[in-house]
Design a protein around this ligand. Sequence first.
Ligand code: NDP
Length: 449
Amino acid sequence: MKTTMELLKARDLHEKEFHQAVQEVVETVQPVMDRNPQYRQNAVLERIIEPERVIMFRVPWMDDQGQVHVNRGFRIEMNSAIGPYKGGLRFHPSVNLSILKFLAFEQVFKNALTTLSMGGGKGGSDFDPKGKSDNEVMRFCQSFMAELFRHIGPDTDVPAGDIGVGAREIGYLFGMYKKLRNEFTGVLTGKSLGWGGSLIRPEATGYGSVYFAAEMLATRNENLEGKICLVSGTGNVAQFTTEKILELGGKVVTLSDSTGYIYDEEGIDAGKLAFVKRLKNIQRGRIKEYTEKYVKSVYKEVEPEQEYNPLWNHKADCAFPSATENEINPKDALNLINNGVNLVCEGANMPSTPEAINVFVDKKILYAPGKASNAGGVAVSGLEMAQNSMRLNWPAEEVDRRLKMIMKNIHQTCLDAAADYNEPGNYMAGANIAGFSKVVNAMLDQGLV
Ligand code: NDP
């Protein structure tokens, strides 16, 4: 009989990111399969790796010069065993079926870990918002939603933002959904505050990741005070990760975008972070401009196929990869450890390659997989859905308190599940085992559907 991975590779030959995400889970849940013979009988692995539904569609739109362009739109409705499909939309030229299936698959386990009632999904387009005018972005979002609206709804599938989809895009998408359906419901999360958004949602992924890191450090009687931290990315997750690290007394010395990174030995303080937020969120500039203002810092370009990324080769205590998938290879992992890093907390989804993860696990450093440590974003999206259904808004302190509690619980759940399966301290095994068990038990309760 073919193994799960053989079946997957035969069916989806070129989906390498999806294979990578599935392989990690399949390997770590083998002991769970062995302990529960009914899982094999019910083919739970084969069922959980097959999306419930894949929607793929044409997105035609017109630029400011009257030229028509065509992009491809996707929504992967991966698993609804524990709630409506939930997961972000990514607009980036690299988007394809493999990347979205890997993200949707990870999302299933992440959402299960939050304890909220959310299934897993992901979607997006190969549209590149970079360099487009607001009107072009609006026309694209409207065309995208003109198809997507028939597949989503507040009790069916609730998309949110991801790379390239922030408050501006969510606004245009929501406006079109409302017009087409003639209803004002919590169909998208990450909305602006004035019309249904939740306080702390923009901050949630970054803050949550740092809360998770603080929990990991506490197991070794340490905290973030005085720790030197490497952060990658300059988007939503990187900005609020940096903000929370500063608040807890740490020092952030790097940030990056898709062309390169800056190193500021003196540390990126609150004033410098405010500059970065303006640069990225309003002026939509490049991180290189940081060095023109803060002249003691340095900028280095990074080629995608470089042997190692110099960002991960600086003296530091902690690393928070918060840009994109596969940004840490095994050489980077060794560089991190040789430079003193003993905590890697993933803000991005799957930023470490499987070989890099093996290095972290072998060296027994504190390593948190994104599906656990970046779950704060979707958790607060879940809280936004709850507030929308009640038609009320909780104050920031209340949302932040719940976020902190959820991250603490996820941390404990990972440790407990890992210990139960003889993998003490292995957060990756713990996250996979706990998320998997919850989802497959719900699937079995609901019969063969
Ligand atoms: P943003 O679009 O706000 O920022 C993405 C950042 O990553 C930008 O700095 C971007 O640079 C950089 N980047 C994008 N692609 C690449 C690449 N191929 N190589 C190097 N850098 C790149 O996205 P988010 O901050 O929201 O998302 C970052 C990561 O966090 C993603 O993996 C996402 O899936 C994950 N995540 C996000 C959540 C959220 O709530 N937003 C929730 C959970 C996970 P540039 O400016 O040049 O494009």
